[in-house]
Design a protein around this ligand. Sequence first.
Ligand SMILES: Cc1ncc(COP(=O)(O)O)c(C=O)c1O
Length: 392
Amino acid sequence: MKLPDKRGYYGSFGGKFVPETLSFCLNELESAYRTALKDKQFKKKVSALLIEYANRPTPLYYAEKLSSKFGMRIYLKREDLLHTGAHKINNALAQAMLAKFMKKPRIIAETGAGQHGVAVATAAGLLGFKCDIYMGAADVSRQSMNVFRMKVLGANVISVNTGSKTLKDACNQAIRDWVSSVDNTYYLIGSTIGPHPYPEMVRNFQSVIGIEARKQILQIRGRLPDFLVACVGGGSNAIGLFYPFYKDSKVKFIGVEAAGLGLMSDNSASLAKGRVGVFQGAKSFLLQDCFGQVKEAHSVAPGLDYPGVGPEHSFYKETKRAEYVTIDDKEALWGFKTLSEIEGIIPALESSHAIAYLKRLAPLNRGKTVIVCLSGRGDKDLNIVMEQLGDK
Ligand SMILES: Cc1ncc(COP(=O)(O)O)c(C=O)c1O
Protein backbone atom coordinates (compact mmCIF):
# COMPACT_ATOMS: atom_id res chain seq x y z
CA MET A 1 0.00 0.00 0.00
CA LYS A 2 1.20 3.50 -0.78
CA LEU A 3 1.22 5.83 2.22
CA PRO A 4 -0.40 8.28 1.86
CA ASP A 5 -2.71 7.73 -1.11
CA LYS A 6 -2.98 10.33 -3.86
CA ARG A 7 -5.39 12.44 -1.83
CA GLY A 8 -3.09 12.47 1.16
CA TYR A 9 -4.91 9.85 3.25
CA TYR A 10 -3.38 7.30 5.59
CA GLY A 11 -6.37 4.95 5.83
CA SER A 12 -9.09 7.30 7.03
CA PHE A 13 -6.63 9.88 8.45
CA GLY A 14 -4.94 12.92 6.94
CA GLY A 15 -6.39 14.67 3.90
CA LYS A 16 -6.60 18.35 3.12
CA PHE A 17 -9.34 20.11 5.09
CA VAL A 18 -8.77 23.68 3.98
CA PRO A 19 -10.63 26.60 2.40
CA GLU A 20 -10.35 27.03 -1.35
CA THR A 21 -7.76 29.81 -1.12
CA LEU A 22 -5.39 27.53 0.75
CA SER A 23 -6.07 24.65 -1.58
CA PHE A 24 -4.30 26.60 -4.32
CA CYS A 25 -1.19 27.08 -2.13
CA LEU A 26 -1.09 23.38 -1.27
CA ASN A 27 -1.46 22.25 -4.87
CA GLU A 28 1.37 24.55 -5.93
CA LEU A 29 3.51 23.19 -3.09
CA GLU A 30 2.79 19.55 -3.91
CA SER A 31 3.57 19.94 -7.55
CA ALA A 32 6.88 21.73 -6.77
CA TYR A 33 7.76 19.03 -4.23
CA ARG A 34 7.19 16.20 -6.75
CA THR A 35 9.24 18.04 -9.38
CA ALA A 36 12.07 18.74 -6.91
CA LEU A 37 12.24 15.05 -5.96
CA LYS A 38 13.03 14.21 -9.57
CA ASP A 39 15.68 16.95 -9.79
CA LYS A 40 19.16 15.50 -9.25
CA GLN A 41 20.65 18.90 -8.37
CA PHE A 42 18.03 19.50 -5.67
CA LYS A 43 18.67 16.11 -4.09
CA LYS A 44 22.43 16.57 -4.30
CA LYS A 45 22.29 20.00 -2.63
CA VAL A 46 20.01 18.85 0.21
CA SER A 47 22.20 15.86 0.85
CA ALA A 48 25.38 18.00 0.84
CA LEU A 49 23.84 20.41 3.35
CA LEU A 50 22.82 17.57 5.65
CA ILE A 51 26.33 16.11 5.54
CA GLU A 52 28.56 19.18 5.53
CA TYR A 53 26.45 21.67 7.46
CA ALA A 54 24.15 19.69 9.75
CA ASN A 55 26.62 16.90 10.62
CA ARG A 56 24.98 13.79 9.15
CA PRO A 57 25.16 10.85 9.42
CA THR A 58 24.61 10.87 13.15
CA PRO A 59 26.16 7.99 15.11
CA LEU A 60 24.22 4.97 16.30
CA TYR A 61 25.78 4.77 19.74
CA TYR A 62 25.78 1.60 21.83
CA ALA A 63 24.90 2.84 25.32
CA GLU A 64 26.77 0.22 27.29
CA LYS A 65 25.98 1.37 30.79
CA LEU A 66 22.33 2.01 30.04
CA SER A 67 22.21 -1.45 28.45
CA SER A 68 23.63 -3.16 31.50
CA LYS A 69 21.28 -1.20 33.79
CA PHE A 70 18.22 -2.42 31.86
CA GLY A 71 19.47 -5.80 30.58
CA MET A 72 18.80 -4.89 26.94
CA ARG A 73 21.07 -3.92 24.04
CA ILE A 74 20.32 -0.20 23.75
CA TYR A 75 21.45 1.93 20.82
CA LEU A 76 20.89 5.68 20.70
CA LYS A 77 20.36 7.41 17.35
CA ARG A 78 22.23 10.62 18.13
CA GLU A 79 20.13 13.38 16.53
CA ASP A 80 21.23 15.50 19.50
CA LEU A 81 24.62 15.83 17.80
CA LEU A 82 23.20 17.71 14.83
CA HIS A 83 23.79 21.43 14.28
CA THR A 84 21.24 23.36 16.41
CA GLY A 85 20.87 20.31 18.67
CA ALA A 86 17.82 18.47 17.38
CA HIS A 87 16.35 16.56 14.44
CA LYS A 88 14.31 19.62 13.41
CA ILE A 89 17.21 20.86 11.25
CA ASN A 90 16.82 17.90 8.80
CA ASN A 91 13.39 19.10 7.77
CA ALA A 92 14.14 22.83 8.02
CA LEU A 93 17.11 22.63 5.61
CA ALA A 94 15.27 20.41 3.12
CA GLN A 95 12.14 22.57 3.06
CA ALA A 96 14.20 25.78 2.85
CA MET A 97 15.86 24.28 -0.22
CA LEU A 98 12.40 23.56 -1.61
CA ALA A 99 11.48 27.21 -1.01
CA LYS A 100 14.55 28.15 -3.03
CA PHE A 101 13.53 25.71 -5.74
CA MET A 102 10.12 27.47 -5.81
CA LYS A 103 11.88 30.88 -5.97
CA LYS A 104 10.11 32.23 -2.89
CA PRO A 105 12.15 34.96 -1.17
CA ARG A 106 10.38 34.75 2.21
CA ILE A 107 9.84 31.92 4.72
CA ILE A 108 7.32 31.85 7.54
CA ALA A 109 7.01 29.25 10.27
CA GLU A 110 5.22 28.53 13.52
CA THR A 111 7.04 27.48 16.64
CA GLY A 112 6.05 26.36 20.13
CA ALA A 113 9.11 25.70 22.25
CA GLY A 114 11.29 27.44 19.72
CA GLN A 115 13.35 24.45 18.48
CA HIS A 116 11.70 24.42 15.07
CA GLY A 117 11.88 28.24 14.97
CA VAL A 118 15.62 28.12 15.64
CA ALA A 119 16.11 25.47 12.94
CA VAL A 120 14.13 27.56 10.42
CA ALA A 121 15.92 30.79 11.37
CA THR A 122 19.23 28.94 10.88
CA ALA A 123 18.26 27.57 7.45
CA ALA A 124 16.80 30.93 6.38
CA GLY A 125 19.93 32.81 7.46
CA LEU A 126 22.18 30.34 5.66
CA LEU A 127 20.19 30.37 2.42
CA GLY A 128 19.36 34.09 2.41
CA PHE A 129 15.60 34.26 3.08
CA LYS A 130 13.60 36.91 4.83
CA CYS A 131 12.13 35.01 7.76
CA ASP A 132 9.12 35.63 10.03
CA ILE A 133 8.38 33.21 12.86
CA TYR A 134 5.01 33.14 14.60
CA MET A 135 5.10 32.21 18.26
CA GLY A 136 2.35 32.32 20.91
CA ALA A 137 2.86 35.14 23.43
CA ALA A 138 2.86 32.61 26.29
CA ASP A 139 5.67 30.68 24.60
CA VAL A 140 7.60 33.89 23.86
CA SER A 141 7.82 34.59 27.56
CA ARG A 142 8.51 30.94 28.55
CA GLN A 143 11.21 30.40 25.92
CA SER A 144 13.01 33.72 25.94
CA MET A 145 16.43 32.22 25.15
CA ASN A 146 15.15 30.56 21.96
CA VAL A 147 13.42 33.83 20.97
CA PHE A 148 16.77 35.56 21.35
CA ARG A 149 18.52 32.81 19.35
CA MET A 150 16.07 33.29 16.46
CA LYS A 151 16.65 37.05 16.54
CA VAL A 152 20.43 36.63 16.61
CA LEU A 153 20.06 34.43 13.53
CA GLY A 154 18.31 37.29 11.75
CA ALA A 155 14.66 36.16 11.99
CA ASN A 156 11.75 38.34 12.99
CA VAL A 157 9.69 36.77 15.82
CA ILE A 158 6.01 37.72 15.80
CA SER A 159 4.27 37.25 19.14
CA VAL A 160 0.68 35.93 18.78
CA ASN A 161 -1.82 37.20 21.33
CA THR A 162 -4.93 35.29 20.23
CA GLY A 163 -6.51 32.17 21.84
CA SER A 164 -4.35 30.33 24.32
CA LYS A 165 -1.28 32.19 22.98
CA THR A 166 0.53 28.92 22.28
CA LEU A 167 1.55 26.76 19.31
CA LYS A 168 -1.89 26.17 17.81
CA ASP A 169 -2.54 29.93 17.74
CA ALA A 170 0.87 30.52 16.15
CA CYS A 171 -0.07 27.92 13.47
CA ASN A 172 -3.39 29.65 12.79
CA GLN A 173 -1.69 33.00 12.39
CA ALA A 174 0.97 31.58 10.07
CA ILE A 175 -1.74 30.04 7.87
CA ARG A 176 -3.55 33.41 7.72
CA ASP A 177 -0.31 35.10 6.64
CA TRP A 178 0.33 32.42 4.00
CA VAL A 179 -3.06 32.75 2.35
CA SER A 180 -2.45 36.44 1.72
CA SER A 181 1.23 36.20 0.77
CA VAL A 182 1.62 32.92 -1.09
CA ASP A 183 3.14 34.59 -4.17
CA ASN A 184 6.36 35.38 -2.35
CA THR A 185 6.13 33.21 0.78
CA TYR A 186 6.91 29.60 1.70
CA TYR A 187 5.27 28.17 4.85
CA LEU A 188 7.73 25.81 6.56
CA ILE A 189 5.84 23.43 8.88
CA GLY A 190 7.93 21.74 11.56
CA SER A 191 6.34 18.34 12.10
CA THR A 192 4.34 15.64 10.31
CA ILE A 193 1.16 17.62 10.79
CA GLY A 194 -1.09 19.93 8.79
CA PRO A 195 -2.83 19.31 5.46
CA HIS A 196 -1.43 17.12 2.70
CA PRO A 197 1.34 17.20 1.44
CA TYR A 198 3.05 18.41 4.67
CA PRO A 199 2.86 15.16 6.68
CA GLU A 200 4.29 13.20 3.75
CA MET A 201 6.98 15.78 2.97
CA VAL A 202 8.17 16.12 6.55
CA ARG A 203 8.17 12.34 7.00
CA ASN A 204 10.27 11.89 3.89
CA PHE A 205 12.71 14.61 4.92
CA GLN A 206 13.04 13.06 8.40
CA SER A 207 13.30 9.49 7.10
CA VAL A 208 17.04 10.02 6.88
CA ILE A 209 17.01 9.08 10.59
CA GLY A 210 15.58 5.60 9.99
CA ILE A 211 17.44 4.99 6.73
CA GLU A 212 20.76 5.60 8.48
CA ALA A 213 19.76 3.67 11.62
CA ARG A 214 18.68 0.61 9.59
CA LYS A 215 21.97 0.52 7.70
CA GLN A 216 24.00 1.13 10.87
CA ILE A 217 22.36 -1.61 12.95
CA LEU A 218 22.77 -4.11 10.11
CA GLN A 219 26.46 -3.18 9.92
CA ILE A 220 26.99 -3.36 13.68
CA ARG A 221 24.81 -6.34 14.61
CA GLY A 222 24.09 -8.05 11.31
CA ARG A 223 20.36 -8.06 12.14
CA LEU A 224 17.42 -5.74 12.62
CA PRO A 225 16.44 -4.47 16.07
CA ASP A 226 13.51 -5.84 18.06
CA PHE A 227 12.19 -2.40 19.01
CA LEU A 228 12.29 1.21 17.87
CA VAL A 229 11.37 3.77 20.53
CA ALA A 230 10.80 7.50 19.96
CA CYS A 231 8.89 10.34 21.58
CA VAL A 232 5.83 11.73 19.78
CA GLY A 233 4.82 15.38 19.73
CA GLY A 234 3.55 16.14 16.22
CA GLY A 235 5.38 12.94 15.35
CA SER A 236 8.30 13.81 13.05
CA ASN A 237 11.28 12.21 14.80
CA ALA A 238 9.24 9.04 15.46
CA ILE A 239 7.97 8.68 11.87
CA GLY A 240 11.44 9.56 10.61
CA LEU A 241 12.83 6.58 12.53
CA PHE A 242 9.89 4.18 11.99
CA TYR A 243 8.98 4.63 8.35
CA PRO A 244 12.10 3.07 6.76
CA PHE A 245 11.38 -0.06 8.87
CA TYR A 246 7.67 -0.10 7.94
CA LYS A 247 7.88 -3.34 5.98
CA ASP A 248 10.08 -5.07 8.58
CA SER A 249 7.06 -6.45 10.37
CA LYS A 250 9.07 -8.08 13.17
CA VAL A 251 10.45 -4.70 14.27
CA LYS A 252 8.07 -3.27 16.85
CA PHE A 253 7.46 0.47 16.88
CA ILE A 254 6.80 2.23 20.18
CA GLY A 255 5.76 5.88 20.18
CA VAL A 256 6.01 7.61 23.54
CA GLU A 257 3.58 10.43 24.20
CA ALA A 258 3.73 12.84 27.10
CA ALA A 259 1.25 12.16 29.90
CA GLY A 260 2.02 15.52 31.51
CA LEU A 261 1.03 15.52 35.16
CA GLY A 262 -0.03 11.87 34.99
CA LEU A 263 -2.64 9.47 33.70
CA MET A 264 -5.50 11.27 35.42
CA SER A 265 -4.76 14.51 33.58
CA ASP A 266 -6.70 14.84 30.34
CA ASN A 267 -4.69 17.58 28.64
CA SER A 268 -1.93 15.45 27.17
CA ALA A 269 -1.37 12.39 24.93
CA SER A 270 -3.47 12.93 21.78
CA LEU A 271 -3.31 9.29 20.67
CA ALA A 272 -3.95 7.78 24.10
CA LYS A 273 -6.68 10.14 25.23
CA GLY A 274 -7.83 12.12 22.21
CA ARG A 275 -10.68 11.51 19.80
CA VAL A 276 -10.69 11.68 16.03
CA GLY A 277 -11.36 15.14 14.64
CA VAL A 278 -10.15 17.69 12.13
CA PHE A 279 -7.44 20.09 13.26
CA GLN A 280 -5.16 22.36 11.27
CA GLY A 281 -6.14 20.87 7.95
CA ALA A 282 -5.99 17.13 8.68
CA LYS A 283 -8.04 14.37 10.25
CA SER A 284 -6.30 12.73 13.17
CA PHE A 285 -6.53 12.07 16.89
CA LEU A 286 -6.66 15.25 18.95
CA LEU A 287 -7.39 16.50 22.42
CA GLN A 288 -10.85 18.05 22.45
CA ASP A 289 -13.60 18.81 24.91
CA CYS A 290 -17.15 17.48 24.69
CA PHE A 291 -18.04 20.34 22.31
CA GLY A 292 -15.18 19.47 19.96
CA GLN A 293 -13.13 22.49 21.03
CA VAL A 294 -9.40 21.84 20.94
CA LYS A 295 -7.87 21.61 24.40
CA GLU A 296 -4.60 23.08 25.52
CA ALA A 297 -1.94 20.44 26.05
CA HIS A 298 0.59 20.27 28.87
CA SER A 299 3.95 18.57 29.21
CA VAL A 300 7.18 19.41 31.01
CA ALA A 301 8.76 18.98 27.56
CA PRO A 302 7.86 22.08 25.57
CA GLY A 303 8.03 20.23 22.25
CA LEU A 304 5.43 17.67 23.33
CA ASP A 305 2.62 19.96 24.45
CA TYR A 306 0.70 19.90 21.18
CA PRO A 307 -2.98 18.87 21.20
CA GLY A 308 -2.85 17.04 17.86
CA VAL A 309 -0.66 14.39 16.25
CA GLY A 310 0.37 13.55 12.69
CA PRO A 311 -2.18 11.48 10.74
CA GLU A 312 0.29 8.71 9.93
CA HIS A 313 0.59 7.96 13.64
CA SER A 314 -3.20 7.71 13.90
CA PHE A 315 -3.07 5.20 11.07
CA TYR A 316 -0.26 3.19 12.73
CA LYS A 317 -2.31 3.15 15.93
CA GLU A 318 -5.50 2.00 14.21
CA THR A 319 -3.74 -0.70 12.21
CA LYS A 320 -1.63 -1.68 15.26
CA ARG A 321 1.61 -1.21 13.31
CA ALA A 322 2.83 0.84 16.28
CA GLU A 323 2.06 0.83 19.96
CA TYR A 324 1.66 4.18 21.70
CA VAL A 325 2.44 4.55 25.39
CA THR A 326 2.63 7.47 27.79
CA ILE A 327 5.29 8.77 30.17
CA ASP A 328 4.51 11.51 32.66
CA ASP A 329 6.58 14.55 33.64
CA LYS A 330 8.08 12.86 36.69
CA GLU A 331 9.18 9.78 34.77
CA ALA A 332 10.63 11.97 31.99
CA LEU A 333 12.69 13.89 34.54
CA TRP A 334 13.96 10.55 35.82
CA GLY A 335 14.96 9.63 32.24
CA PHE A 336 16.72 12.98 31.86
CA LYS A 337 18.73 12.45 35.05
CA THR A 338 19.53 8.80 34.37
CA LEU A 339 20.96 9.30 30.88
CA SER A 340 22.91 12.37 32.02
CA GLU A 341 24.44 10.58 34.98
CA ILE A 342 25.29 7.21 33.52
CA GLU A 343 26.08 7.98 29.89
CA GLY A 344 27.22 11.62 30.14
CA ILE A 345 24.58 12.66 27.61
CA ILE A 346 22.09 15.37 28.61
CA PRO A 347 18.95 14.60 26.57
CA ALA A 348 16.18 16.99 25.56
CA LEU A 349 13.15 16.62 27.82
CA GLU A 350 11.21 15.35 24.79
CA SER A 351 13.74 12.55 24.18
CA SER A 352 13.83 11.86 27.95
CA HIS A 353 10.30 10.46 27.57
CA ALA A 354 11.63 7.77 25.22
CA ILE A 355 14.55 7.00 27.58
CA ALA A 356 12.20 6.72 30.58
CA TYR A 357 10.03 4.17 28.77
CA LEU A 358 12.96 1.70 28.73
CA LYS A 359 12.35 1.08 32.43
CA ARG A 360 8.92 -0.35 31.56
CA LEU A 361 9.99 -2.13 28.39
CA ALA A 362 13.02 -3.91 29.89
CA PRO A 363 11.59 -6.37 32.46
CA LEU A 364 9.84 -8.57 29.86
CA ASN A 365 12.41 -8.06 27.11
CA ARG A 366 15.81 -8.88 28.53
CA GLY A 367 18.51 -9.36 25.89
CA LYS A 368 16.45 -7.70 23.15
CA THR A 369 17.87 -4.97 20.90
CA VAL A 370 16.32 -1.54 20.91
CA ILE A 371 17.05 1.69 19.04
CA VAL A 372 15.97 4.86 20.81
CA CYS A 373 15.78 8.13 18.90
CA LEU A 374 17.64 10.73 20.92
CA SER A 375 15.85 13.56 19.13
CA GLY A 376 17.67 16.44 20.78
CA ARG A 377 20.10 17.65 23.42
CA GLY A 378 18.97 19.01 26.73
CA ASP A 379 20.82 22.32 27.07
CA LYS A 380 17.63 24.16 26.09
CA ASP A 381 15.79 22.53 29.01
CA LEU A 382 18.21 23.18 31.86
CA ASN A 383 16.14 26.04 33.27
CA ILE A 384 13.01 23.88 33.38
CA VAL A 385 14.87 21.00 34.99
CA MET A 386 16.46 23.37 37.51
CA GLU A 387 12.99 24.59 38.47
CA GLN A 388 11.60 21.06 38.69
CA LEU A 389 14.47 19.28 40.42
CA GLY A 390 16.35 22.10 42.12
CA ASP A 391 19.87 20.85 42.82
CA LYS A 392 18.74 17.31 43.73
C1 LIG B 1 14.17 17.67 20.74
C2 LIG B 1 12.75 17.47 20.30
N1 LIG B 1 12.27 16.22 20.22
C3 LIG B 1 11.00 15.97 19.84
C4 LIG B 1 10.13 17.02 19.54
C5 LIG B 1 8.73 16.69 19.16
O1 LIG B 1 8.46 16.90 17.81
P1 LIG B 1 8.21 15.72 16.81
O2 LIG B 1 7.17 14.81 17.43
O3 LIG B 1 7.74 16.36 15.57
O4 LIG B 1 9.50 14.98 16.62
C6 LIG B 1 10.59 18.35 19.60
C7 LIG B 1 9.70 19.48 19.28
O5 LIG B 1 10.03 20.64 19.40
C8 LIG B 1 11.94 18.58 19.99
O6 LIG B 1 12.42 19.83 20.09
